[in-house]
Design a protein around this ligand. Structure first.
Ligand code: GLC
Length: 550
């Protein structure tokens, strides 16, 4: 069943993330664009996704790949025009694909007109729209707080007054080119409500809210304690913002969804964002960061579902995105968890093992209750590119770590579509520039063209799994029940007949009695499920659940 006509589509949708710089380049400048996306929309419809989320496409100096927005109501010329975005939205809707855009409310670009006006004079009223503050010490030369950026490094930069003397400092939780808005100011609130209307009026079906838990700050600017509540993450005041956004979204027909990027360790605090009058959904970073380990995954799934149930929000299942090491690479490492703190170069990865596990993880994440996300290239089995020449790296996270952290470029390499050599159809043959990040020569086997029609490929596995998910409404929102199996195996039922089994043990396990084998992530040996393999089965009825003893 497609979710196209369902106003509650966001509860069970399969959402594909497009990173516009790296999806498809129609004009040959080596950077993806909206025209390239429009040419490839049929691929997404064919893949069977319900919705497409676009990472930021607005005018931006690109200090943080577009997450530094200088105009929220237009399209960066490198990507195209506003008219093209409108046509893209219409094209997507014709193909029954919903459109989700990325709104960045915590901060803008330092090139944003408000910030430029604020910098121009200490008396400018625009100063109030940001966090300008005198420094500490007699000459104000010490930053107002020692808050550390999630990007690493300082969160304050000192300004220079028009007369050349050192001035106040401004807050930027991310890079210095990303000044934080002051959400206590009514003009900031009104501006963003207007921006939301601007895009919802253009037919956008959902908003992904960047850094959603960071908008409110403690105005007393206390230091961040090593443990306990942060003065800039997850303050209670943030909820009123989302309540007003929800009222706004609810005024539109057809089910417009608000989806938060909420990285919080506390499940209760996380669920607070999903109360019925706040956001519709939020990304599940616990699942993304979880080890490839049956007990850890079972606990994560249980905790996730338990946290969402009281607020009646759908869980989301995310394996990769534009900020994290691709999961083919993660799952091939000895330590299969993800955390920014542990993201370091030179950690060996067995990509064959990682790919086998990623295939099993696809069947797992696509059959859990709720909505699921696919990050572009995941369906091609792309791995993290770890050997990008230093001089080509662009991510501020890399530079701000003093080069210790490889940054996020390795998961942002342009997609391979076809052909035997780079640019693999990402750019046209007569392109004037190479892809903005170099593609590995080995991706010739991972192009969409090379995989199409090959039943053993990752692409065909995703296509088959998504087709089954669409045909089987019980696979979206709804209940699941665990089946009694050995500890290092996951087995659950999603409907009276549908069962998923994932073998995370080191030895083959027998399949439970079944009437039909719908799909498996790898070849089965007789009726045995090999290690790191998953299978979807139909059973005769609810009773025969336990696998036969081996
Ligand atoms: C979010 C985005 C990330 C960006 C950051 C600052 O975490 O996903 O890419 O760098 O916000 O905007």
């Amino acid at each position: 069943m497609s979710t196209a006509d369902d106003p509650r589509w966001w509860r069970s949708a399969l959402i594909y993330q497009i990173y516009p710089r790296s999806f498809a380049d129609a004009n040959g400048d080596g950077i993806g664009d909206l025209a390239g996306i429009r040419q490839r929309l049929a691929y997404l419809a064919d893949l069977g996704v319900d919705a497409v989320w676009f990472s930021p496409w607005y005018p931006s100096p690109m200090a943080d790949a577009g997450y530094d927005v200088s105009d929220y109501r237009d399209i960066d010329p490198v990507f195209g025009t506003l008219a093209e975005a409108e046509e893209l939205i219409a094209d997507a809707h014709r193909l029954d694909l919903r459109v989700i855009i990325d709104v960045v409310p915590n901060h803008c670009s330092d090139a944003h007109p408000w910030f430029q006006a604020a910098l121009a004079s200490p008396d400018a009223p625009e100063r109030e729209l940001f966090w300008f503050h005198p420094g500490r010490g007699p000459d104000g030369s010490q930053k107002p707080t020692d808050w550390v950026s999630p990007f690493g490094g300082d969160t304050w930069t000192r300004t220079t007054n028009p007369d050349g003397t050192p001035g106040d400092w401004y807050l930027h939780l991310f890079a210095p080119q990303q000044p934080d808005f002051n959400w206590d100011h009514p003009r900031v609130r009104a501006e963003f409500e207007d921006i939301l209307r601007f895009w919802l009026d253009r037919g956008v079906d959902g908003i992904r809210i960047d850094s959603a838990a960071m908008l409110a700050k403690d105005p007393a600017l206390p230091e961040a304690p090593p443990e306990g509540p942060s003065p800039f993450i997850d303050l209670d005041a943030v909820h009123e913002i989302y309540r007003s956004w929800r009222r706004l979204a609810d005024q539109y027909p057809g089910g417009r969804a608000l989806i938060g990027e909420v990285w919080l360790p506390d499940h209760q605090r996380f669920a607070d964002y999903l109360r019925p009058d706040e956001l519709h959904a939020a990304f599940n970073f616990d699942f993304l960061g979880c080890a490839w380990d049956a007990a850890a995954l079972r606990a994560c799934i249980d905790t996730t579902l338990a946290a969402h149930a009281p607020v009646d929000a759908p869980a989301t299942w995310v394996l990769s995105n534009h900020d994290v090491t691709r999961h083919v690479t993660r799952y091939g490492r000895e330590d299969t968890t993800f955390s920014f703190a542990a993201k370091r170069e030179g950690v060996p990865s067995d990509l064959e093992l990682g790919t086998r596990r990623a295939r099993a993880a696809a069947l797992l994440s696509l059959s859990l209750p709720g909505a699921a996300y696919v990050y572009q290239g995941e369906e091609l089995g792309l791995w993290e590119v770890e050997d990008i020449p230093r001089e080509l790296l662009q991510d501020p996270m890399h530079f701000r770590s003093g080069g210790v952290d490889p940054g996020r470029d390795g998961c942002r390499v342009p997609l391979p579509w076809s052909g035997e050599t780079p640019p693999f159809g990402f750019s046209p043959d007569d392109a004037s520039a190479a892809p903005w990040l170099p593609q590995p020569a080995d991706w010739k086997d991972r192009t969409a063209q090379a995989q199409a029609g090959d039943d053993r490929s990752m692409l065909e596995l995703y296509r088959a799994a998504i087709a089954i998910r669409r045909a089987e409404p019980a696979l979206g929102d709804g209940a699941m029940s665990w089946l009694p199996v050995p500890d290092d195996v996951l087995a659950y039922r999603r409907s009276p007949r549908f069962v998923c089994l994932v073998n995370l043990s080191g030895t083959p396990v027998p399949l439970p009695p079944h009437t039909e084998r719908l799909l498996s992530s790898g070849p089965l040996e007789d009726d045995l499920l090999p290690p790191d393999t998953a299978v979807w089965l139909l059973t005769a009825d609810e009773t025969p659940t336990a696998p036969d003893p081996a």
